[in-house]
Design a protein around this ligand. Structure first.
Ligand code: ATP
Ligand SMILES: O=C(O)[C@@H](O)C(=O)CO
Length: 433
């Protein structure tokens, strides 16, 4: 992405709407690695905003994964309208590679509303991201070697995933029929495109796509390059640049940006309760000043608790990163939820971590910020008033360092709950050392 301010940037080809902030960053780095220039907005931009940055792909990060379906639909469509108004000709709806949703939505309702507003007959559902261990076979989603519903995601605090059969699960969320693009049809792009076409003729609007390896993502990207709307995780996005170049929609292949990232103290805020984040937090305790949030105490006296935490941060060793977390195992989460209610607890923690981010960047000199968890990240960037992100180098599959545009000058890494190996936090901070 160029940083030059222009008033007449050409229209971006691809307009993307992501249902959470870490998912959007994951999408952005994958598009960038496919040779596209990308900007990520943290709220719906204005047409004026979009004229300033010359890019090939615009990613709009919403926080619609866990809200009521009508509200998710209305925000997503508002984003699509701006992207279409800007001149985008291809659209991408990004959700989690673990298909995070409930029987009511929001993946199905949002995709269906996008189908309607864009006037298309069909879209695909491709959560697969083999490089991050997400594969789909016979319509079933796997995390590593395990079915989604046995992967730990069945205990998710907001959207427990208890059915790995995506055709069945998606069917509960949509009004039109759901089909499959089968493993056997992925031998080449023509065979995949042929199957999609046949299903389109048969009136199948939603097609769940099998995919167990990266080369199949390439095949799928080529097969769908003429589809106005695709939906999925971020794996497919890595191959869209090539597919669009092959079909003549894009000419250039851009290298990923080298970003100047600010110097200052490091802070890790973790609100994800995924198995991966639990392991990463456990590892990070050895090199961080560490504070585990007492959620019930926050509920009792949020102001007093925040003052205690700020005093601790102020007094702590400036050479060690700060680690503040509500991350807990399923029993700990259950105890909190039984007392406060699941969504009340979530909102309380998110808003508290958002305020902590504001206070510690303003008062303690934090300039490098890592946030774990999509909902948590959404709350933190909104509290900080950051408008957009420039995408930098990749830390691990799906997680880049980024630089804030608007709000405080920060290097920020937004980590999806399930991403990264056990040493993720250390690796991320070492990259900036
Ligand atoms: N100890 C806790 N008890 C109850 N709820 C918690 C606790 N800690 C965090 N939460 C809530 O759980 C939710 C975790 O969602 P979040 O999206 O941040 O992480 P994730 O789902 O693991 O990540 P991703 O969406 O990137 O996969 C947040 O709303 C958070 O506030
Ligand atoms: O697709 C993924 O797994 C992530 O980008 C994500 O959305 C997790 O919240």
């Amino acid at each position: 992405m160029t940083n030059k301010t222009k008033t007449t940037a050409a229209s971006a080809l691809l307009g993307c709407v992501a249902d959470d902030v870490t998912g959007a960053t994951d999408l952005a780095i994958n598009l960038a690695q496919g040779g596209m220039r990308v900007i990520q907005w943290l709220q719906i931009p204005t047409l004026e905003d979009l004229r300033v940055h010359e890019v090939d792909a615009i990613v709009v990060a919403l926080k619609t994964r866990s809200i009521a379906p009508p509200e998710a639909v209305s925000q997503s469509i508002a984003a699509v309208e701006v992207l279409r108004g800007h001149g985008c000709r291809r659209f991408y709806f990004k959700y989690c590679s673990t298909f995070d949703s409930t029987e009511r939505g929001n993946i199905g309702p949002v995709a269906e509303a996008m189908i309607d507003v864009l006037g298309v007959e069909q879209t695909i559902f491709c959560p697969a991201f083999p490089r991050a261990g997400r594969t789909v076979y016979q319509g079933h989603l796997f995390v590593g070697e395990t079915l989604l519903s046995e992967s730990g995601m069945q205990n998710h605090p907001l959207n427990p995933m208890q059915d790995a059969n995506l055709v069945r699960f998606l069917s509960h969320q949509v009004t039109r029929s759901v089909g499959r693009l089968r493993y056997q049809e992925l031998a080449d792009a023509n065979s995949a495109a042929g199957s999609l076409q046949k299903q389109r003729r048969d009136g199948i609007a939603h097609v769940v796509v099998d995919c167990v390896e990266d080369s199949q993502l390439q095949t799928i990207a080529t097969a769908v390059s003429d589809m106005p709307l695709v939906t999925g995780g971020s794996g497919l996005a890595r191959h869209l640049g090539d597919a669009y170049r092959q079909s003549g929609l894009m000419q250039n292949d851009y290298a990923t940006s080298v970003l100047q990232l600010p110097l200052g103290r490091s802070l890790i805020l973790s609100g994800s309760c995924s198995q991966a984040t639990n392991r990463q937090v456990a590892k990070a305790k050895s090199f961080c000043n560490t504070w585990q949030l007492d959620v019930l105490e926050i509920a009792r006296d949020p102001g007093g608790y925040q003052r205690q935490l700020a005093a601790w941060a102020e007094a702590s060793d400036v050479h060690r990163p700060l680690l503040i977390y509500s991350t807990d195992d399923p029993d700990g989460v259950r105890r909190v939820q039984q007392t406060l209610g699941a969504s009340e607890a979530a909102q309380l923690i998110e808003s508290f971590l958002g305020k902590v981010a504001v206070e510690l960047t303003a008062d303690v000199g934090v300039r490098r910020l890592i946030v774990a968890g999509g909902e948590t990240s959404g709350a933190v960037v909104h509290n900080l008033g950051i408008r957009a992100l420039a995408i930098g180098p990749e830390i691990c599959a799906g997680v880049p360092w980024t630089r804030s545009i608007g709000g405080p000058q920060l290097a920020i890494a937004l980590k999806s709950g399930n991403f990264g190996d056990d040493n993720f936090f250390h690796t991320a901070l070492e990259m900036l050392a």
